[in-house]
Ligand binder design. Structure first.
Ligand SMILES: NC(=O)c1ccc[n+]([C@@H]2O[C@H](COP(=O)([O-])OP(=O)(O)OC[C@H]3O[C@@H](n4cnc5c(N)ncnc54)[C@H](O)[C@@H]3O)[C@@H](O)[C@H]2O)c1
Length: 401
């Protein structure tokens, strides 16, 4: 069986690595730099080992390409392309659309087309299938299914094998073929009654996190105003063995999922005449956290940050990964600049960001920790400036959020 995977980023490459153990995988990506690196056996994704990639390449079970014609003979095509928000924070399906065009232009026979990209309920039925049919010059009787990706890059305890995977096809045949495909590398497959349920479940999982993170961020602000330690309060609440799930306060939410996916749900809700008030409020609270933090830092430093050298420590959106997509560090830097601070950043895991290099972890007037990687020692952070503000709860001795 030949499997084409459209998009070789976090999701697509991870699936490629697992699928290439049992299938011949063609990893299609528009980015020639990534494709060249992959064909030389260099993985650009945490969790996908270069050694595994090299052995798949040498066994002939993996090849990356920028040539759409390589997916021509695929029996299965998996879509794993970005689904961001546009400038108005509405779903941007342009990458999905271009993936549909690649599929339609190149497949030379009927295939099973599975979407793993996160999108709103109805995407496979009302968007992907019609788009492929519209773009296809020769009509084939393709099967369509959804299996939303749940990968958490950098995480070691849960992976493709042991993370339960939701799936549903538009037809019983599509459902059965999808189960067969994933069962070769996933132990726990959960069939749901329609693709829309799978699509909605994925959005709700991330909305649940977004709303709870916002709630705890609001609690952090309330706790500070009342002179209570928010983390101790959360630890205390966490001793209840049922009915409570602990979330941690932070500088905000980042990555491709939590800040983005809830807006996909809000958008379809609005179109259906329901206002997604929790999602909107959660967005506001999380997006305002950087301003709140900059304000606290200014207050603690004589009421102004004007001309002060402020070092932002950790610009990745979460520990031990180099991913800076939607990182709250970006908004924090904006907020600090607005207050007149002279801002630099340090992150040895990210290395280069927006064309500049990570600064030294030293010599600042003020440091603020957004993300604490394991390779950065808390003692070194404490030594980097006379005043250190910690949003992570991991730098003891620093001023806490
Ligand atoms: N990153 C995660 O942790 C994660 C987890 C679950 C779900 N998702 C979802 O999976 C989808 C993909 O996310 P990702 O993190 O892998 O994105 P990514 O940015 O890491 O990778 C996407 C890749 O797709 C390529 N691409 C874009 N348009 C293309 C096209 N038309 N044809 C071929 N390649 C194309 C890009 O060059 C890029 O390499 C998104 O919908 C995302 O929300 C991501």
């Amino acid at each position: 069986m030949r499997v084409g995977i459209i998009g070789q980023g976090y999701v697509g490459l991870t699936i490629s690595a697992f699928a290439s153990k049992d299938y011949e995988v063609i990893g299609f990506d528009l980015n020639p730099v990534i494709v060249d690196q992959l064909n030389q056996g260099h993985s650009h994704i945490e969790g996908v080992k270069s050694s595994d990639l090299k052995s798949a390449i040498s066994q002939g079970s993996y090849k990356a390409t920028t040539e759409g014609s390589e997916v021509a003979d695929c029996d299965i095509v998996v879509i794993a392309v970005p689904t961001p928000l546009d400038g108005d924070r509405r779903p941007d399906l342009s990458y999905i659309d271009s993936a549909c065009k690649v599929i339609a232009d190149n497949l030379n026979g009927p295939a099973l087309i599975i979407n793993e990209s996160t999108s709103f309920p109805g995407t496979i039925r009302n968007y992907i299938k019609p788009a492929i049919e519209r773009y296809s010059k020769v009509k084939f009787d393709h099967q369509y299914a959804i299996s939303p990706e749940r990968v958490d890059p950098g995480r070691e305890d849960f992976n493709q094998k042991n993370t339960p995977r939701l799936y549903a096809g538009l037809t019983p045949e599509a459902t059965a073929r999808t189960r067969e495909f994933y069962s070769s590398f996933c132990d726990n497959l959960v069939e749901v009654s329609s693709p829309e349920v799978a699509e909605a479940a994925k959005l709700f999982e991330n909305t649940f996190r977004q709303v709870n993170i916002a709630l705890v961020n609001e609690l952090a602000q309330i706790s500070h105003a009342l002179g209570i330690d928010v983390r101790e309060t959360l630890d205390a609440a966490g001793t209840k063995p049922y009915g409570f799930m602990k979330f941690a306060p932070s500088a905000g939410v980042g990555g491709h999922c939590i800040p983005v996916d809830p807006s996909y749900l809000a958008d379809v809700a609005e179109k259906a005449g329901i206002e997604a008030t929790f999602i909107k409020r959660a967005n506001e609270v999380n997006l305002d956290m950087p301003k709140y933090i900059a304000g606290r830092m200014a207050k603690d430093n004589g009421g102004s940050l004007k001309g002060k050298k402020v070092l932002v420590v950790g610009v990745a959106y979460k520990p031990n990964v180099a991913d800076t997509r939607e990182t709250p560090a970006e908004l924090l830097i904006d907020a600090l600049n607005d207050l007149g601070a002279v801002v630099s950043w340090n992150d040895p895991v990210v290395g280069t960001w927006h064309g500049s290099e990570s600064s030294a972890l030293a010599g600042a007037d003020i440091a603020v920790v957004v993300t604490k990687h394991d390779v950065v020692a808390a003692e070194d952070i404490l030594k980097s400036a006379p005043y250190v503000f910690d949003t992570t709860g991991k730098v003891k001795g620093a001023v806490q959020l």
